[in-house]
Design a protein around this ligand. Structure first.
Ligand SMILES: NC(=O)c1ccc[n+]([C@@H]2O[C@H](COP(=O)([O-])OP(=O)(O)OC[C@H]3O[C@@H](n4cnc5c(N)ncnc54)[C@H](O)[C@@H]3O)[C@@H](O)[C@H]2O)c1
Length: 342
């Protein structure tokens, strides 16, 4: 297939590009490099593999998008491009709605104009907010009440896609879509070529590895009095390669005009303390931590019920051992202590 990957120079998008190339697809990346890395694309074939092409451009700008859509007749769009920091979205909501919601709107307009019929959308478990009692593990029918502008841009995106697909159905031009609501994505590709390089970094696993590398003094634990087994927040950590498996399955299995939402998480929760302990075992570094107050908007517990994605897409995670997952990230971080600039 010809696949447009927006945000393909970012952490998750670059792993998708690597996998799609490996599966024999032709991949076109559109990314403005605000948080992505040309070097990530070079590591997996930009300049050497003629099935990989790249345009540096904005998903919010029709000119850049039209340039991309004119390159190839795309069979599918994987839309990763977005701003993805919850805290930043509170301070800069307009910037987030522009990148995440206007960006998606422009992509859908191009899908209409160029008659592209499939889309896989990066949604998020943050669309669930703090699920009501009795709804953990979270299934796809859990009420969605996001508690941050970031989460709301993702939920708005889901509705935008649903409404667009309905209009295409009525027009006799069926549009298929999958919303993949990711839980906490972590790990790096097992061949060691791709990593996670964000500035600033806000995700727990890379922060721990930066402490192990001596780039940070300590990790802050936000809240130790949650109603969880050890008082710290519990999350579902899914390996990036398993997440990409879900994208490929969704792309291959989606049928004309059908749409669905799928949670992507392994179905097991780990506390912040458990993740820290695992990183200490894997890196063999002390990783000092500091216990602070709760952070506004953090749910105590959030992990997935993977039943639907198992049943409908046949997905199951290959990486379920926490130490092994963190070891894939440590391998890249220790080989690239300054990220892609190493
Ligand atoms: N990392 C996670 O745990 C997680 C969890 C849930 C959802 N997601 C979603 O997955 C997707 C990828 O996340 P990631 O962690 O790889 O983030 P990332 O920041 O590494 O990747 C996003 C990419 O999009 C690009 N981009 C941003 N705005 C753009 C714009 N206006 N035009 C063109 N390109 C633009 C960035 O340069 C970057 O390469 C995002 O949509 C994010 O919201 C991530």
């Amino acid at each position: 297939m010809n696949v447009l990957v927006t945000g393909g120079a970012g952490y998750i998008g670059s792993h998708a590009v690597q996998r799609l190339l490996r599966d024999g697809h032709t991949v076109f990346v559109l990314d403005n490099l605000v948080r992505g890395h040309r070097k990530a694309l070079r590591a997996i074939g930009l300049g050497t593999n003629d099935r990989l092409r790249f345009i540096e451009g904005e998903v919010t700008k029709p000119t850049a998008i039209t340039r991309a859509f004119r390159q190839l007749p795309f069979d599918c769009v994987m839309h990763f491009a977005a701003l993805a920091y919850v805290g930043e979205s509170v301070d800069q909501p307009l910037r987030y709605y522009d990148a995440n919601t206007t960006g998606l709107l422009r992509i859908l307009q191009a899908c209409e104009k160029f008659n592209v019929r499939r889309l896989v959308f990066s949604s998020s478990c943050s669309t669930y907010g703090d699920p009501p009692e009795g709804r953990i593990p979270v299934d796809e029918d859990c009420p969605q009440h996001p508690v941050s502008p970031y989460g709301r841009t993702k939920l708005a995106g889901e509705w935008l896609i649903r409404d667009f697909a309905e209009s295409r159905r009525r027009a006799g031009k069926p549009f298929a879509y999958a919303f993949l609501r990711y839980f906490n994505v972590c790990g790096c590709d097992t061949t060691g070529l791709l990593g996670e390089d964000h500035e600033p970094e806000t995700h727990l696993v890379p922060i721990l590895l930066e402490v192990a590398l001596g780039k940070r003094e300590r990790v802050d634990i936000h809240g130790t009095d949650y109603p969880t087994p050890d008082g710290t927040c519990v999350r579902d950590y899914v390996h990036v390669e398993d997440l990409i498996d879900a994208h490929v399955l969704a792309m291959e299995k989606m049928r004309d005009g059908e749409g669905g939402a799928y949670n992507v998480g392994i179905g097991k929760g780990y506390s912040v303390r458990q993740i820290i302990e695992s990183a200490r075992r894997v890196t063999k570094h002390a990783i000092p931590s500091h216990e602070g107050p709760r952070r506004a908007g953090d749910a105590a517990m959030l992990y997935n019920n993977p039943e639907k994605i198992r049943r409908e897409l046949g997905w199951s995670p290959k990486h379920t051992d926490l130490d092994e997952i963190i070891a894939t990230a440590w391998r890249w971080f220790s080989a690239n202590p300054n990220g892609y600039e190493s």
